[in-house]
Design a protein around this ligand. Structure first.
Ligand code: GTP
Ligand code: MG
Length: 255
């Protein structure tokens, strides 16, 4: 029997979730694996990949706004609940593909998926042999040690909330240049992080930030980064390897 890996792609708005969903689907299918992309974002206008399963066929944001008299944000919250209510149908549609990899692109607003009951319900409810969470860190947001730490904490928080093995991915490697190098050096080397931190924070903030960073590192909790580019596919080998290691425990699989 085919085992199914489900990969949930989360991250801050514009961090590259949809681009990475498309890149991962391409990666797997180019290697002869059955992979499908699931769009869970009812608010997206266009995706950079062809969704195999698309919640927009079930929940129309414009209709939700009109029917319930809501603005765009209220409608997104209501739509997230309506998507969860139709999980059974979404599951049937996913199952009809018999795919080995199900890559789930989540809504632009991370908190909608990660911190509302509906997101947790979907993550727990979808049937799969293994589930992995990717949290995407946008190098354009992590320009200072303080911002980097804040997003690493958000990654940890989303992981805790959804209780899944998690990989923090540094996106847009092809255009991030020096910024990506800097972030990677902070993630690997506490001394480099603390040195940069000391230049930008006063002593009270320095103590708090460095303690939090050490705690994340000590617990292997989000300070390790996987740099990737969805444009050039750089870094996908390592990321896909880590997804299989976490999801399937590194076993050699046959069907
Ligand atoms: N050069 C480059 N651009 C990227 C990469 N990943 C994403 N982008 C660009 O970054 C922007 C946002 O990417 P999306 O994939 O839409 O990000 P998202 O997280 O799905 O965005 P929302 O769903 O709106 O929150 C788009 O203009 C992408 O083309 C990458 O690896 N390299
Ligand atoms: Mg998107």
């Amino acid at each position: 029997m085919t085992l199914v890996d489900t990969i949930f792609v989360t991250g801050t708005a514009g961090s590259g979730k949809s681009a990475l969903t498309g890149a991962l689907k391409k990666w797997y299918t180019d290697r002869g694996e059955e992979a499908i992309a699931v769009n869970l974002d009812p608010g997206v206008v266009a995706t950079p990949y062809e969704p195999d399963v698309d919640v927009r066929t079930r929940v129309d944001l414009q209709d939700v706004m009109e029917k319930y008299g809501l603005g765009p944000n209220g409608a997104l919250v209501a739509a997230a609940d309506l998507v969860a209510a139709r999980l059974g149908e979404i599951q049937e549609e996913i199952d009809s593909y018999s795919a080995e990899y199900v890559i789930v692109d989540t809504p632009g607003q991370t908190e909608l998926f990660a911190f509302r009951e509906s997101g947790e319900y979907i993550v727990k409810g979808l049937a799969s042999d293994s589930k992995t969470l990717l949290f995407l860190l946008d190098p354009q947001l992590a320009t200072t040690p303080g911002n980097f730490l804040s997003i690493a904490l958000l990654s940890a928080s989303v992981g805790l909330r959804l209780s899944l093995p998690r990989i923090t991915v540094l996106t847009k490697r092809d255009i991030a240049g020096e910024a990506a190098k800097r972030i990677l050096s902070w993630s690997k080397d506490s001394a480099a992080f603390e040195e940069a931190l000391a230049r930008t924070r006063d002593s009270d903030q320095y103590s708090l930030y460095s303690e939090l960073f050490r705690a994340l590192r000590r617990l292997s909790f989000g300070a390790d980064l996987y740099p990737v580019s969805s444009a050039t596919l750089e870094g996908l080998v390592a990321l896909v390897g880590e997804i299989s290691r976490l999801g399937r425990g590194g076993e050699e699989l046959s069907d």
